[in-house]
Ligand binder design. Structure first.
Ligand SMILES: NC(=O)c1ccc[n+]([C@@H]2O[C@H](COP(=O)([O-])OP(=O)(O)OC[C@H]3O[C@@H](n4cnc5c(N)ncnc54)[C@H](OP(=O)(O)O)[C@@H]3O)[C@@H](O)[C@H]2O)c1
Length: 247
């Protein structure tokens, strides 16, 4: 199934900075009618609202607070495309003192947050004709880097949930996208020590728009991601995207 974001109503979590902010700006430039900028603190969306006027509507979502997610779904009843972009990152190996605490907090935001977003917004997307649910995963969903292994584990779990959503939401006509960036120039990219090799966050927005137009499930938007995506292509096509029964 192919999809064009022109004239669509979109919601982006973690919209105030980094990849989320670039997504809001690109979607508007590509013809979205309205973008809900979902942020933890409403005042953090003020610069986007100032810049784009009533094309950007701020809405409160804290992925640690399921109530905020379900309330937002009550408010944003007209949304057609949901991009769950917000996420957290910790430098932690399995041997670090903070390994369990890091993994717990990363699971809470990066995985339980995704599950709550899907539970809250699937009925809204269904009511609006199907639409799109896109999840910001990572190249580390496929390849673990030991210095941030707990983050990688949370992104692998999020990818697993995204695959289930692809199958389940196809029944209501909702397209699911799994987005797998490599190093992107944001605060998180800096925290991960990737500043030197990071590429612009606009690439992620362009990757999502192109994947929707092409009908792709996986999105590999930047140079490192494309390299990993090329090596992964056969497994993705023959195993991940194939219709297989587990029985
Ligand atoms: N940068 C990379 O190299 C890279 C690569 C692959 C995948 N990703 C993924 O892409 C997504 C965006 O990353 P980024 O680089 O833009 O990160 P970032 O610069 O650290 O920005 C993170 C965004 O998520 C929000 N956020 C954090 N915790 C939240 C919570 N509990 N509830 C709601 N929002 C929350 C932040 O809001 P506040 O301002 O309120 O903290 C901020 O808007 C993440 O899922 C990340 O894992 C990033």
């Amino acid at each position: 199934m192919t999809y064009n974001i022109n004239n669509k109503i979109i919601l982006v979590t973690g919209a105030n900075r980094g990849i989320g902010k670039a997504l809001v700006e690109s979607f508007i430039e590509h013809g979205a009618t309205k973008v809900y900028a979902a942020v933890r603190k409403l005042e953090n969306a003020a610069p986007l609202v100032e810049k784009y006027g009533d094309q950007v509507v701020s809405i409160q979502i804290d992925l640690a607070d399921p109530q905020s997610i379900f309330s937002a779904a009550e408010t944003a009843k007209d949304v057609q495309v949901v991009v769950n972009n917000a996420g957290i990152y910790t430098n932690s190996t399995p041997l670090s003192d903070n390994a369990i605490a890091a993994l717990e907090s990363e699971m809470k935001i990066n995985v339980y947050g995704l599950i709550h977003m899907a539970q809250a917004f699937a009925p809204v997307l269904k009511a609006n004709g199907g639409g799109v649910f896109a999840q910001l995963n990572s190249v580390v969903s496929m390849k673990t880097f030991s210095n941030c292994a707990t983050y990688c584990a949370s992104k692998a779990a999020a990818y697993s949930i995204t695959q289930a959503l692809r199958e389940l939401l196809s029944e209501q006509g909702t397209i699911v996208l799994s987005v797998h960036p490599g190093p992107i120039a944001t605060d998180m990219g800096d925290a991960a020590g990737l500043t030197e090799i990071a590429e612009p966050p606009t690439l992620v927005a362009e990757g999502i728009i192109k994947a929707l137009e092409a009908g792709d499930f996986h999105v590999f938007p930047d140079s490192m991601a494309k390299q990993i995506g090329a090596a992964y292509q056969s497994f993705a096509a023959n195993i991940i995207e194939a219709n297989m029964s587990e029985g």
